[in-house]
Design a protein around this ligand. Structure first.
Ligand SMILES: Cc1ncc(COP(=O)(O)O)c(C=O)c1O
Length: 402
């Protein structure tokens, strides 16, 4: 029987359609991208080489270079060492997610997915023939997940629970205590936990000392967990397509390696070397410090905007990651977020992301801001948006009118 076709990937299509003409791109989810020159400037060791142009461009090590995989393994070794061979390098987290889902989910399986989130995480399992239920985080609970609701969703054929932590689009986190409860449930029902952790470790508004601070799922005491990540978001390097799959389970990694062999062979050796350099001890601290400072500064600027337009917008202030999900209304009624975003890009060059189009119909009125762009872009873009709020906002249609 043919598998269900994939439905359009709304957020990626929206980005593709508008990105090139945006004057103020406040929709991008990466922390402002950097050049190789800037990356080298962030290094504490100016002697260390980023790339040697005399290197022969072979396929390299098929699953990813030893250097890159051991730098990544260090990131997951805070509680217990992780071996480099438990990591597979992929072209971005998008390929990592695809590989994990293709390898581990199929017809007859039931999958539960955190919601709202990146559409790939629930559409791909559906297309593979799995039944998917959404585990909804709700704004009135500050986008937190309820473990009792998860328990009620579990069926005899539930195979996997998918989470996204920190979360796109809300910028919230799944707290340590919720992760602990999730692991208990997973253990009891023998479930695989897949965590898209592409926004780790961009924790701009929570201290690592906080009891809520979420560890990676790989630091939790349960073997059947698998994490995906990349250098695109927290490390500002989306232009090298480097992501990864990591698990402590040889069985899970082996299953993914088998599927990966059909799509990837290896990633670009240049990309692999640049990523290894960025994640080395000489560079990673400077890079993350730049990005966390930028996120804090820009979030402060966005918070001032929200405060001054309280009559029109409300939010749960983000804690981590690069996005904020802001709800816009007029006299208590949701505005048409798609018309709002379309009008903004047409008339002002401001690019935002409409919630109901990109994250599900129920998010009418919501707009996702990617606030970790260059600070001047955010400043200038919000200035333009202020002007629009004063002059054009009242003319926007309400969500119900379409
Ligand atoms: C939650 C999530 N996962 C994965 C990706 C893909 O990222 P990349 O392939 O650039 O690593 C994105 C991009 O927006 C995302 O938001």
């Amino acid at each position: 029987m043919a598998l269900a076709k994939l439905v359009p990937f709304a957020v990626e299509q929206w980005m593709d359609q508008h990105e090139s003409r945006a004057k103020y791109n406040i929709a991008e989810t990466c922390v402002a991208s950097i050049s190789l020159d800037e990356l080298q400037d962030l290094s504490e060791n100016k002697e260390s080489e980023l790339w040697s142009s005399s290197t022969k461009l072979t396929y390299g090590t098929i699953q990813g270079s030893e250097k890159l995989r051991s730098n990544l393994a260090n990131l997951y070794s805070a509680k217990k060492p992780l071996q480099a061979d438990k990591i597979l390098i992929t072209p971005g987290a998008i390929a990592a997610n695809m590989t994990v889902l293709y390898s581990l989910v199929g017809k007859g399986d039931h999958v539960i997915c955190h919601y709202p989130t990146y559409q790939q995480l629930y559409e791909v399992p559906k297309s593979l023939g799995a039944e998917v239920d959404l585990w909804r985080s709700k704004e009135r609970r500050k986008w937190q997940l309820d473990i009792e609701e998860l328990k009620a969703l579990i069926r005899p054929n539930t195979k996997m629970v998918i989470i996204n932590n920190p979360q796109n689009p809300t910028g919230t986190i799944i707290s340590k205590s919720t992760l602990d409860s999730l692991i208990e449930v997973a253990e009891e029902h023998n479930l695989i936990i897949m965590a898209d952790e592409v926004y780790r470790p961009l924790f701009h508004s929570i201290s690592p000392m906080s009891p809520d601070f979420p560890p990676s799922v790989l630091s939790l005491p349960y073997l059947k967990v698998i994490a995906t990540g990349s250098v695109s978001k927290a490390y500002s390097l989306a232009g090298i397509r480097v992501g990864w799959i990591a698990s402590r389970s040889s069985e899970l990694i082996e299953a993914c390696a088998q599927a990966r062999a059909y799509t990837t062979i290896s990633v670009s050796q240049i990309d692999d070397q640049v990523a290894a350099y960025a994640l080395s001890q000489d560079v990673i601290h400077g890079l993350l410090n730049r990005n966390i400072q930028l996120a804090k500064r820009n979030l402060g600027i966005l918070a001032m905007f929200v405060e001054s337009f309280r009559w029109a917008c409300e939010w749960v202030k983000p804690i981590a990651g690069t996005t904020a999900f802001i709800k816009f209304s007029k006299m208590g009624q949701d505005i048409d977020d798609v018309a709002f975003c379309e009008k903004l890009i047409e008339e002002t060059g401001i690019m935002l992301c409409p919630g109901s189009m990109c994250f599900g119909e129920e998010f009418k009125g919501y707009v996702r801001f990617g606030f970790c762009c260059e600070t001047y872009v955010l400043d200038e873009g919000l200035e333009k948006l202020r002007e629009f709020m004063r002059k054009g906002y009242q003319t926007l249609p309400l969500a119900e009118e379409i």
